[in-house]
Design a protein around this ligand. Structure first.
Ligand code: B12
Length: 428
């Protein structure tokens, strides 16, 4: 081959690389320290704390937690099967939501378990029933909202797909419509999470060919989802925000996209993620569980045929030296709730390093303030302020004044001295 031939070959290879999203290896000690943050959660086996996403994240990572893993999966099975089988009547157990059931099914597949038998069939029918109900709420004209949200809708289709369980074309059709028409996908960074999840579901359906009549539309929608995620890249490199970037990268790494400039965009996102990892942005177990697969070049779509024998590195508990005893320094945070009458506004003093949840707790202790939370896979979710519950399609938004929505929940966000935090009742 002449020089020109070699040059053309090189240019061709570089051109092809531009279409591929590759995340080069990340320092293994950084990955270890992320995994170590999950370890304490594997010992939390109460109903409120069990989190199938943590199990899925670990199984798709390069790390393993030894005997804690099978034990955790066993606890998940006991908990989920029991609450599924329990009747409404005698001892009504809180039922897992559609999305939680879907994550549980992903966890089973992450352990290479095929769903079958009486229990398995019940699980699959329950999830399909959930999806049918959501589809009905969206309606023929696509004007309604799925009560569980499009994120859980996509997650549920994905979970059934990795188990090779077919859902009706009309169910898939609603998600296709939503992605192609930007329908109720919520603006802002949340839409990237939703698009990424929908894209992962389409990619799975595309590979499994479960809905062959929709094949063309599914391929098109998978591409649209990727394009929209790519367009949502911020100047810092995130797709949406730092916490939607892991799912976005799970989607973008699934396959090369001819004609899309994926290569540089993904390298840019990796650099941004590394910087935020070093800043300690990843503390929440749920977001860590979505990031670990990416650092191991995996996505949820790999659960179609998981490699359960792949060697993984054993996680060792972190050795931490306790910080020297110091008198706590106190900071002042202004807490405001303008959406209630009379509006609440009070300065609260807490030790430096306290979370927003500590601030709320302190304000409540001081009197004149009240709040309520509900456990979720992301941690405590703020449901009410001064006795006012968020209604349907409303939520209590956490905002740093003047107008920056927080990217973390009440348990993870650490306010700084002099900050004003507003709790706003808004529609979504
Ligand atoms: C849909 C969604 C919402 C909806 C939830 C309502 C609904 N019925 O769908 C709305 C728009 C209300 C919402 C609100 C918020 N969200 Co949100 N949300 C999501 C999303 C896209 C999917 C959640 C889901 O369905 N999970 C699947 C099911 C099976 O899990 P689940 O635990 O049962 O789901 C419940 C919780 O996730 C809860 N929830 C939703 N968001 C958040 C955020 C936090 C911090 C907590 C504790 C709970 C929580 O609502 C879900 C439905 O009940 C995720 C994306 C993701 N990557 O996970 C972001 C996500 C979890 N949210 C996020 C954030 C930051 C928030 C807010 C704190 C934003 C704000 N500034 O106010 C608020 C929560 C404030 C509060 N009151 O505590 C971040 C969390 C990042 C982190 N560091 O942990 C994520 C990852 C999005 C992102 N990329 O930034 N969210």
């Amino acid at each position: 081959m002449g020089r020109l031939g070699a040059l053309l070959l090189l240019l061709g290879a570089l051109g092809a690389l531009a279409d591929i999203c590759i995340i080069p290896e990340v320092d293994s000690s950084l990955v270890q320290s992320l995994g170590q943050r999950l370890l304490p959660w594997l010992d939390q086996l109460s109903l409120e704390d069990l989190n199938p996403s943590i199990y899925v994240g670990l199984r798709l990572s390069s790390l393993e937690a030894g005997s804690k893993e099978p034990f955790y999966l066993h606890s998940l099975k006991v908990d989920y099967q029991q609450s599924l089988l329990s009747d409404e009547g005698a001892d009504p157990q809180p039922k897992p939501s559609m999305g939680q059931l879907a994550l549980y099914m992903l966890a089973l597949k992450a352990n290479c378990e095929l769903i079958g038998g009486h229990k398995g069939d019940r699980l699959v029918s329950q999830l399909k029933r959930f999806l049918e109900d959501e589809k009905r709420s969206i309606g023929h004209d696509h004007k309604g909202h799925p009560p569980g949200g499009y994120y859980q809708y996509g997650l549920s289709i994905l979970a059934l797909c990795v188990h090779q369980k077919r859902v009706h074309d009309s169910v898939v059709g609603k998600l296709l419509y939503a992605v192609q028409h930007d329908h109720h996908l919520q603006g802002g960074p949340l839409s990237v999470d939703i698009l990424a999840m929908a894209g992962l579901a389409f990619t799975c359906l595309e590979r499994s060919n479960l809905n062959s009549d929709l094949r063309h539309r599914i391929t098109l929608a998978a591409r649209t989802a990727k394009e929209k995620v790519l367009r949502a890249q911020t100047p810092e490199g995130y797709f949406g925000n730092v916490y939607s970037t892991p799912l976005a990268l799970q989607l973008l790494t699934t396959a090369p996209m001819p004609g899309m400039e994926l290569g540089m965009a993904c390298l840019h996102a990796r650099a941004a993620l590394l910087a935020s990892l070093q800043d300690g942005a990843f503390q929440n177990p749920l977001v860590i569980s979505q990031l670990l697969p990416v650092l191991n070049h995996k996505s949820y779509v790999d659960l179609v045929s998981p490699d359960c024998l792949a060697p993984r590195v054993l996680l060792e508990p972190a050795t931490t030296t306790p910080p020297p005893m110091q008198l706590p320094e106190f900071i002042h945070v202004m807490l405001k709730a303008p959406s209630v009458w009379p509006p609440y506004r009070h300065a609260v003093s807490v030790p430096a390093g306290a979370s927003l949840e500590d601030v709320l707790w302190k304000a409540q202790e001081l009197g004149g303030f009240m709040y309520g939370t509900r456990a979720s896979l992301s941690g405590p979710y703020l449901t009410s302020v001064m006795g006012k519950e968020a209604g349907e399609r409303e939520f209590w938004q956490l905002v740093r004044a003047p107008d920056t929505p927080l990217q973390q929940g009440i348990a993870d966000y650490i306010p700084q001295d002099g900050e004003t935090i507003e709790l706003r009742l808004v529609r979504w």
